[in-house]
Design a protein around this ligand. Sequence first.
Ligand SMILES: C[S@@+](CC[C@H](N)C(=O)[O-])C[C@H]1O[C@@H](n2cnc3c(N)ncnc32)[C@H](O)[C@@H]1O
Length: 454
Amino acid sequence: MTKEEKKVNLRELSLLILIEVLEQDSYSNVAIHNTLLKYQYLEKQDRAFLSRLTEGVIERVIEIDYIINQFSKVKTTKMKAPIRNILRMGVYQIMYMDQVPDRAACNEAVKLAQRKGFYNLKGFVNGVLRNISRKKDEILWPDKEKQPKEYLMVTYSFPEWILNLWLTEYSYEQIEEMLKAFLEQKQTTIRCNQTKVTVEELRQQLLEEKITVKEGDYLPFALKISDYNYLKKIKAFRQGLFQVQDESSMLVAYTSGVKNGDYVIDLCAAPGGKSTHIAELLNKTGIVSARDVSEDKVAFINENVARLELSNLKAEVYDATELRKEDIGKADIVLADLPCSGLGVIGKKTDIKYKTKKEDIEALAELQRRILSQAVQYVKPGGILMYSTCTINHIENIDNVNWLLEQYKEFELETLDSNMPDNLKSSTTKRGYLQLLPGKHKTDGFFFAKFRRK
Ligand SMILES: C[S@@+](CC[C@H](N)C(=O)[O-])C[C@H]1O[C@@H](n2cnc3c(N)ncnc32)[C@H](O)[C@@H]1O
């Protein structure tokens, strides 16, 4: 190890990421990934510490600030960003990281404040953190009976406006179950590329690479993997034997009823999860036209297509809000997996809960309707339209289904049950749509509906 490498301070790296994510615009998964990539030489346990501390602070920041504000005269909103985040890291270690003694959490925070030039605030950081460490059993938490919403906000670190929205759509118990699940969901789910390998062969190869493998919860070709460092270092990944995809997303192509020779248009395809799945199911026949809005996005699709070695998928840049006349009435299946608020994937992309704004949801629902009004035109008589989002609120999901049925009388819902795993069948899947909810289901929050053109 070089002298330079030895100097890396994990808490300082974590602080830099936290400032990028919580004070600026970066997304946590991107910021953490970039840092890990830059410091590839870090030992596995150091990487794990860095990820755990950084992700932990981000996912619990509302709760952490609530604690700090009980013990500090200066409220977190009035603190300088580095101090605010140094304290947040300290509190997370005290409350959630048993392997770090409180004393070390405090000392390291003080040293970091000093290194960042806040010499005069060393005493303040030390005082607040030592106080919290001493009195952590005396923290006044919101009372679930008397302040039910505040209880959810603080316990699960969740913004009030999303709770207000969901409380009009779901029961309190259902919401609490989802919030709990968001904090627990951590495994990576993969889809076996059955054009190249059987599920059993893939499992064996992963086990040989010392990766922990479990069965999926719903689909026979889904596996759950853990205990690996980098996805790109897994040989089976580089060989295109699998694609990372949540089981909820796998259900779209799986229940679409795709058959050999079909022409499929995927309007919003990047990075290609559903497009590549449906191309695999086409079994080297037919064609998938996978589109997305920019060159960069299309490059992501092409990267996956090359890796998975699929010859029946062509990717191109196309804006889905614009009608492509030559495709009218041509497609056997149209996939409309549309841009959405992403509230269903908060378990994996934690900061969505802080970055999504109330105004975004209405604007997104409008964009979804604009794209859907082009999507319907491409479906040939008797063809299928699959509409999906990775979100949970009605306006982007069931409301759009009802809107589409109202606007386009030539479309009707088609049952999903012909290909739906038994443990997911319900009265709505019989009708033609499914809202998956974390906690209730072992998946991301996800919605999809299947329409047939009469
Ligand atoms: C939910 S993601 C798609 C995920 C993809 N279907 C998959 O399974 O991997 C939505 C995609 O819509 C794309 N998008 C947003 N606006 C678009 C537009 N006007 N035309 C085409 N694609 C658009 C985004 O770039 C993003 O890649």
